[in-house]
Ligand binder design. Structure first.
Ligand code: SAH
Length: 263
């Protein structure tokens, strides 16, 4: 009998933000396929013998998506209950849609278990509401890391700038200089607040802030690395209003992280 594959979102990394269903399925699964994005705390909950890392391979390169897809089908055909654990929500930039399509094409039953996406939770825990009655009546989620085989940018930064809403960029650490430049060229105010939330809800979460003009410098100074969320828009300035009383999840600025971790 063919087993079921659960495409499960892990949330951004704090085990307390796993859904009850995700937590139950991690216990019930025969095998859990994962990469590093769920973070050290959640991966630490999974018994070693159930874990199969389909992130980076021995040589340091990524496991091709086709290998992960085939492995899911293979395990299901062995009758296994399989959890494919994905950071955040499985259908937000995680290639979960491709995995679901592959499973359907191979007649493997599957279920999607939504998760708390880092695209909303990352800003939130840094004190940034992605929408705000006074500042943003829309929010766009975009990838900063486009398919390099595409000739032209699939993202219309000019149109995004024109929405006046919040822009949340995933996979956007490396290309930060490119898209901030594109937004400036599109006429977005250079003083627009920008925040980078690195490893949101992980024990070592950090936040760096600046403007469309200064955020690249702030990134370099703090040494911000993936995974991080970029939030662009007036809402990112809300953080300043809230920071003093914001608790939980490393409410420190990147510059202060040393002092805090030395507690
Ligand atoms: N499905 C995921 C996104 C996968 S794409 C979700 O819904 O959150 C990978 C990108 O997600 C990373 O490059 C980063 O931009 C973002 N990301 C995921 N987890 C994160 C975290 N804990 N903190 C900051 N960014 C995170």
């Amino acid at each position: 009998m063919t087993g079921t594959v659960y495409l499960v979102g892990s949330g951004p990394g704090d085990p307390d933000l796993l859904t009850v269903k995700a937590r139950r399925l991690l216990d019930e699964a025969d095998v859990v396929l994962h990469d590093k994005l769920p973070g050290p705390e959640i991966l630490g909950l999974i018994p070693e013998e159930k874990r199969e890392d389909v992130g980076k391979r021995a040589g340091g390169d990524r496991t091709p998506q086709s290998v992960t897809n085939e492995r899911l089908v293979e395990l299901a055909h062995e009758g296994k209950t399989v959890v494919r654990l994905k950071g955040g929500d499985p259908f937000v930039f995680g290639r979960g849609g491709e995995e679901a399509a592959y499973l359907a094409a191979h007649e493997v039953p599957f279920e999607v278990v939504p998760g708390v996406t880092s695209a909303i939770a990352g800003p939130a825990v840094a004190g940034i509401p992605v929408t705000h009655r006074d500042h943003a009546s829309s929010v766009s989620f975009v990838t900063g890391h486009e398919d390099p085989t595409k000739d032209e940018s699939a993202i219309d930064w000019e149109a995004l700038a024109a929405t006046g809403g919040t822009i949340v960029v995933l996979m956007g650490v490396g290309k930060l200089p490119d898209y901030t430049a594109a937004l400036r060229e599109a006429g977005m105010d250079t003083d627009t607040p920008v925040a980078l939330v690195e490893r949101a809800t992980w024990p070592d979460q950090r936040v760096a802030t600046g403007t469309l003009d200064t955020i690249v410098e702030a990134r370099d100074e703090a040494g911000i690395e993936p995974p991080a969320i970029t939030v662009i828009g007036d809402v990112a300035g809300e953080r300043d209003e809230l920071a003093e009383f914001l608790r939980g999840y490393g409410s420190d600025e990147a510059e202060n992280s040393e002092a805090v971790s030395g507690e």
